[in-house]
Ligand binder design. Structure first.
Ligand SMILES: *Cc1c(COP(=O)(O)O)cnc(C)c1O
Length: 393
């Protein structure tokens, strides 16, 4: 009998266990909510991207169910063959109007939107200028495009300028930043980068996954927040986080979107969303427009929780969003902090290398509109107890 050719994977896993970095998947029993049950333990949930509680909003449920009754559960094909349903087009029209752009194309996920778009619009002759903390899906898209990748230090517009000025004139350049950085919760230097892109003739792209439904009027994102409508060539948003369902979209001009119909590989080679997903996303847009007070609630909770963590003396980095990291240092300490919080009834995921730098391991907290003050105070009290126990405060 041959030896298992994958045995090296077991060795890798053992090494993770020795470093105390091996993770079990936490199992959610029931709905994705602010207070819920993971691994049979009732916890305050500070780990989900369900910023507005839309995963369980009655309007989204109702419209998804109605779409299943009317259209069934699957689309049966990729978009470019038989899988473009009227409801997909309707969602894209609604998103384009919402984002104040000519056109939108929806992908299966934000990951697919980023990777599919960057790899489609660039060739190996081109160059990407990318913030060092940009999301993995952007990095993968850059790799797939085979364009040269130039990374600038986090948010450093001057460094990006130096890189661009050293490039040959006439080379096609894509300047790209997250709107909100997912591990630190800070905002990209968008006004500076946008001006730089205009001056140096770069294509400007912003990935607004964590800003969709969170920043800007009615949750239109960072481009609205910074008053930069019409100045960002490629905007990516997600439908999987605050919007509460699943998907990613690219917003831009008509040529960009039609080009992606022809060249974006997830659009061409992976089946489109079930109709219920498109219906849920449209219901979410209605909620953003009709009940914007839930976004206000998200921000009130964010301010309350951040102030609490800071008062306790934690290192919370430079966050400007509902994502607040609690920096613990090495990976093992971050995992210990997360595990002890969980035992005490607070679920805040530990995050270590390679997702973040080796010495910046952390517990990441995300506040939502649906947390009550009692939930957040309970979590702060547990952070106090466990933070002291581990010598972090
Ligand atoms: C979550 C995230 C994505 C991926 O979005 P999904 O819809 O979950 O695939 C892309 N970019 C950033 C910055 C993200 O945080």
């Amino acid at each position: 009998m041959r030896t298992d050719p994958l045995s090296y994977l077991g060795e890798e896993l053992n090494s993770l266990k020795q470093q105390n970095l091996y993770r079990h998947l936490r199992i959610l029993e029931g709905e994705q909510k602010a207070r819920t049950t993971f691994d049979q333990r009732s916890v305050v949930n500070l780990s989900s991207n369900n910023y507005l509680g839309l995963t369980t909003h009655p309007k989204l449920r109702e419209r998804a169910l109605a779409a299943i009754k009317e259209y069934g559960v699957g689309s049966g094909s990729v978009r470019s063959i038989a899988g473009t349903m009227a409801i997909h087009m309707e969602l894209e029209r609604r998103l384009a109007e919402f984002k104040n752009v000519e056109a939108v194309v929806v992908f299966q996920s934000g990951f697919a939107a980023n990777a599919g778009t960057v790899s489609a619009v660039l060739t190996k002759e081109d160059v990407v200028i990318s913030d060092e903390l940009n999301h993995a899906s952007i990095i993968d898209g850059c790799r797939l495009s085979r364009a040269a990748i130039k990374v600038f230090p986090h948010k450093d517009v001057d460094a990006a300028r130096k890189i661009i000025e050293a490039l040959p004139a006439g080379q096609r350049k894509l300047l790209i930043s997250d709107g909100v950085f997912s591990m630190d919760g800070d905002l990209g230097s968008l006004p500076g980068l946008c001006a730089l892109a205009e001056e140096t003739d770069c294509i400007m792209m912003v990935d607004d996954a964590h800003a969709s439904g969170v920043f800007g009027k009615n949750g239109r994102g960072t481009i609205d927040h910074f008053g930069m409508h019409g100045r960002v060539d490629i905007q990516v948003g997600t439908l999987s986080k605050a919007i509460g369902a699943l998907g990613g979209y690219v917003a831009g001009n008509r040529n960009l979107i039609e080009f992606l119909y022809h060249r974006a590989r997830p659009f061409l080679f992976s089946t489109s969303h079930p109709p219920a997903v498109a219906a849920a996303c449209m219901a979410a847009l209605d909620v953003l427009l009709e009940e914007p007070q839930i976004i206000d609630r998200l921000w009130e909770n964010t301010r309350f929780f951040k102030a609490g963590l800071e008062r306790l003396g934690f290192n919370t980095g430079l966050s400007e969003s509902p994502i607040t990291p609690v920096i613990a240092g090495d990976g093992a300490t971050a995992m210990k902090l997360s595990d002890r919080l969980f035992e005490e009834g607070v679920f805040a995921q530990g995050i270590a290398f390679p997702t973040v730098a080796r010495d910046k391991a952390r517990v990441r907290t995300i506040v939502t509109a649906t947390h009550t003050r009692e939930d957040l105070q309970f979590a702060l009290d547990k952070f106090d107890t466990v933070g002291r126990e581990l010598g972090l405060i």
